[in-house]
Design a binder for this molecule. Structure first.
Ligand code: FAD
Ligand code: DHB
Length: 389
């Protein structure tokens, strides 16, 4: 098979890119290791920035998101008894959209066939070849036979553990990494949210986040040591802990219910530079990871896709080689700013095991400053809604 672009990974980054390229007449294929239902069973991000919403609008795939998503004008930072409201609409003139990654992926997936976006699920042993040449190719096996796709470009949208980044020789790139000493235990339940806006809480027992997927489906998180096992966390134990950490006002409104899903995700900051090597471009988690505080992971994948589509369309439509050459630098400039925001909000809202009384006073002083300064709130708000692309 010969294509202009071979995309590896059918998460949000790969599907968004496939749709954007196809809409402009670029011939591409998306290769995914898992089955479609498996991809949809992964419960991940829940808050979309304008850049992500804008890409769905551009594709004309925003109808369900506009009907079912919840536009939010603000969110809250909780510190013991205190709730600091960050009025993002007032401070930035923008909103964020609460709409699950699962739903966004479903919208893209369901539109693939009608729009001729070719996605090959259950493609095993995906491998990249000749990526420094102008004629790279991808091989994979499916139904017992080996297949080959020749392309002008390969785009790695295959997440943190995928083969794309690993195809780049270590001498051609550099990784930056910080692993955090805790994970987020998440619970999804069909109960109304305890608050109409998100609450990120720093309590002496640890972090908690009250989020939602709709007015009838809630998503909550607490941070736990990496040694914890999900089997040791009954639903009741999670609800009890949330009620303590989120504070009495939120606790009074928590409605408990059986978990639809619960899991523990580790927290990591990671950046691989550069995001292009020869004819291979990396997008999303394949190139970088942020800790989830700040809801940046999915949105960063979307902004990478925005830049990658721009570069590839420049190449195929206008013979613009510079667009490809500039991709990594453009994408990384935004990546590092999101990395900084996610890292600093993680630092502010979690109790680190190595922290002493000094570090705690620094957190309290920063929260005091945020509570009393519109400038500080504006800085948080403009990062939360997403920096411009
Ligand atoms: P992915 O969604 O990871 O998609 C990559 C795709 O590539 C997958 O479908 C995978 O199956 C496929 N793939 C992998 N290897 C291969 C291969 N060998 N061959 C073919 N295909 C392959 N972000 C938030 O903002 N908030 C959250 O609460 C949050 N929770 C998260 C929880 C977990 C457990 C994880 C892992 C991430 C979470 N994130 C969260 C981050 C966010 O979900 C990601 O940033 C986002 O999914 C990135 O999209 P992506 O398309 O780059 O990668
Ligand atoms: C959700 C996840 C996040 O990481 C975040 O910062 C906000 C919301 C969520 O899953 O709803």
């Amino acid at each position: 098979m010969r294509k202009q672009v071979a995309i590896i990974g059918a998460g949000p980054a790969g599907l968004l890119l496939g749709h954007l390229l196809k809409a402009e007449g670029v011939d591409c294929v998306v290769l995914e290791r898992q089955s479609g239902p498996y991809v949809l069973s992964r419960i991940r991000a829940g808050v979309l920035e304008q850049v992500t919403v804008g890409l769905m609008e551009r594709l004309g795939l925003d109808a369900r998101m506009k009907a079912e998503g919840l536009p939010h004008d603000g969110f809250n930072l909780a510190d013991g008894e205190r709730l600091i409201h960050i009025d993002i609409a007032e401070l930035t003139g923008k909103q964020v959209m609460v709409y699950g990654q699962t739903e966004l992926t479903r919208d893209l997936m369901e539109a693939s066939e009608p729009r001729g976006v070719e996605v090959i699920y259950e493609a095993a042993d995906v491998a990249l070849h000749d990526i420094v040449s102008d004629a790279p190719y991808v091989t994979y096996t499916r139904d017992g036979s080996t297949h080959r796709i020749d392309a002008r470009f390969i785009v790695g949208c295959d997440g943190f553990h995928g083969p794309s980044r690993q195809a780049i020789p270590a001498s051609a790139g550099r990784s930056f990494e910080r692993v955090y000493p805790f994970g987020w235990l998440g619970i999804l339940a069909d109960v109304p949210p305890c608050n109409h806006e998100l609450i990120y809480a720093n309590h002496e027992r640890g972090f908690a986040l009250a989020s939602m997927r709709s007015n009838t489906r809630s998503r909550y998180y607490i941070d736990v040591p990496l040694t914890e096992k999900i089997e040791d966390w009954s639903d009741d134990r999670i609800w009890d802990e949330l009620a303590i950490r989120l504070g009495p006002d939120a606790a009074a409104h928590i409605v408990r219910g059986p978990s639809l899903e619960k899991s523990i995700a580790p927290l990591r900051s990671f950046v691989f530079e550069p995001m292009r090597h020869g004819s291979l471009l990396l997008c999303g988690d394949a190139a970088h990871i942020v800790p989830p505080t700040g809801a940046k992971g999915l949105n960063l994948a979307a902004s990478d896709v925005h830049y990658a589509a721009e570069a590839l369309l420049g190449f195929f439509k206008s013979n613009d080689n510079d667009a490809i050459a500039g991709y990594s630098e453009k994408a990384l400039a935004r990546v590092w700013k999101s990395e900084r925001f996610s890292w600093s909000l993680t630092r502010l809202m979690h109790r680190f095991p190595e922290d002493g009384p000094f570090e705690r006073r620094m957190q309290v002083a920063e929260l005091d400053y945020i509570a009393s300064s519109e400038a500080a709130q504006r800085s948080i708000a403009e990062n939360y809604v997403g920096l411009p692309v």
